[in-house]
Design a protein around this ligand. Structure first.
Ligand code: SF4
Length: 497
């Protein structure tokens, strides 16, 4: 049996996101022949057809890893591909909630490892219908909530074997997974597996083997670690540090770090330096003490601020490179807007790489991975506003109105609570974040995950000095990306000529 899987990494940055490659790897292990078509929304329909027609076999399945794809683009592509390959089944997968009729046979929400086989058995081998439902908004598509019905928390293989037909270049950053789930359970967080007490980390040897394989085959040295919180266990950092010290090359890692843990366990700095994890994202969210406590990140903001300055100094002193990008949310419990302004001013005065979001709370109940705020917003002081001006404003901006206006919120979700609370409302929080985008975003030093993609293209000290404006506008990086995609397409199209 044969399949193609469409993949993409979004409008802003071109990188290899992992999901499609992981599914391709799993299907190949089950005897399928699979081609990943990356950056597929930048292929025209004719180019996709030309590629699929160039394959020396008929395709039975078209997979779509749609997390970073715009819905209207993928709907149009699926429509076209169905007209050209009517016998092929369309299977979508990923962590973005499914809320529209894409014309797929199956939509698998969440981590798909344990759902893949039942879905394939059903579609191709007369197996039982997997646990799921045909939603009224997509009556011909089976929606499988994998995080709920086929929980991919414990998996046997983290290692993703890429294929020579993926044409990976040595400068590209790949994704690495070291464990699943997060030990914590912040109230606003809608990641799949929270409050996980068991340790699902992979083994040191499997980690070493993956890094070595990618280095030998593609020359890869840079990675984004996708773990929800990489430093939730010392043992994970220590394992990576041990692996790094066995490698014949110097790698670089970018990851999600809880800064309060590093502050309370300062020995983690040494471990992170040994592991060459020097590009961090810190979800700090707020500098308001009551808000921090209410969301489950209770360390006093003064301690967090001092800790940020300390960790930056430590990394520069020890290994000479460091990037810490902070994520902040406007609209958290008990925090009045004046405190958002105080917080952003501290960032402007003291920190070089920060991002602000307005608080968005999902109301989706079809894809059941939900935050505590979503499950019981009222308990945390939020309710659907009855202020018509705010509701109209939200609709005019595309919130819950994606089909007409085309905007999606930061949870990649089109069913959100247009909230009001005692301390603020959805409009004020969203406008605050929009002001950040207009006034501050381009001045930021390149964000840690974006930086990873460039670690082999620039000297690290030079790279650390670049602002978003430098890299996206002055250096016109998009042109570089376009050239990369052009070359990739050419290689794919010439594979079987
Ligand atoms: S916000 Fe981060 S630390 Fe908190 S539960 Fe989510 S992944 Fe874990």
């Amino acid at each position: 049996m044969n399949a193609v899987i469409l993949n993409d990494s979004g409008e802003e940055i071109i990188r290899r996101t992992m999901g499609a490659y992981k599914i391709a790897d799993m299907m190949r292990a089950d005897g399928w022949t699979v081609e990943v078509i990356d950056w597929s929304t930048r292929w025209s329909n004719q180019e996709l057809k030309k590629f699929i027609d160039s394959l020396p076999y008929e395709i039975h399945m078209i997979g779509v890893s749609n997390l970073w794809m715009q819905d209207h683009v993928i709907i149009e592509q699926i429509n076209y591909l169905k007209s050209q390959y009517p016998k092929a089944k369309i299977v979508m997968g990923g962590p973005k909630p499914y809320q529209r009729d894409f014309g797929a046979d199956a939509m698998v929400f969440g981590y798909c490892e344990h759902a893949l086989k039942p879905v394939i058995q059903w579609l191709f081998n007369g197996g039982d219908i997997p646990v799921g439902k045909f939603p009224e908004w997509a009556p011909n598509s089976l929606l499988v909530d994998a995080n709920h019905s086929y929980k991919g928390l414990s998996i046997s293989k983290y290692h993703v074997n890429y294929h020579e037909n993926d044409f990976i270049k040595s400068h590209e950053a790949l994704t690495l997974e070291i464990s699943r789930g997060c030990r914590f359970k912040c109230k606003y967080c809608n990641y799949a597996f929270l409050g996980v007490k068991e340790d699902y980390s992979r083994s040191e040897d499997s980690l070493y083997n993956e890094l070595m394989e990618n280095y030998i085959r593609w020359g890869t040295t840079n990675y984004i670690i996708s773990d929800d919180t990489f430093n939730d266990r010392d043992s994970k950092i220590e394992m990576l540090a041990n692996v790094v010290e066995r490698l014949p090359f110097e790698p670089n890692f970018s990851c999600f770090i809880r800064i309060d843990l590093v502050i309370s366990k300062p020995h983690q700095v040494e471990l992170l330096c040994r592991a060459r994890c020097w590009a961090h994202f810190y979800g700090i969210e707020t500098f308001h003490p009551l808000a921090a406590k209410a969301i489950g990140k209770g360390m006093h903001p003064d301690k967090i601020k001092a800790g940020l300055l300390w960790i930056r100094e430590e990394f520069i002193k020890r290994i000479g490179v460091y990037r810490g990008t902070t994520g902040m949310i406007a609209g958290l419990p008990y925090e009045p807007p004046e405190s958002w302004y105080d917080g952003i001013q501290w960032m402007r005065d003291n920190w070089e790489s920060f991002f602000y979001w307005g608080l968005h709370i999902s109301t989706d109940t079809d894809n059941t991975t939900q935050s505590d705020f979503s499950i019981d917003a009222a308990k945390y002081g939020y309710k659907l506003t009855d202020n018509k001006e705010i509701l109209d404003w939200a609709a005019s901006k595309g919130y819950n109105n994606y089909v007409e206006v085309g905007r999606q919120n930061n949870k990649l979700d089109s069913r959100i609570l247009v909230w009001e609370s005692e301390w603020s409302d959805f409009k004020r929080a969203t406008e605050f974040a929009d002001d950040y985008i207009n006034n501050d975003f381009m001045k930021q030093k390149l964000f840690n995950f974006d930086l990873t993609e460039h670690m082999s293209k620039f000297d690290h000290k030079e790279l650390m000095s670049f602002t978003c404006e430098d890299i996206y506008i002055k250096r016109n990086l998009n042109k570089l990306y376009l050239n990369q995609i052009k070359e990739y397409k050419k290689q794919k199209l010439e594979m079987y000529r």
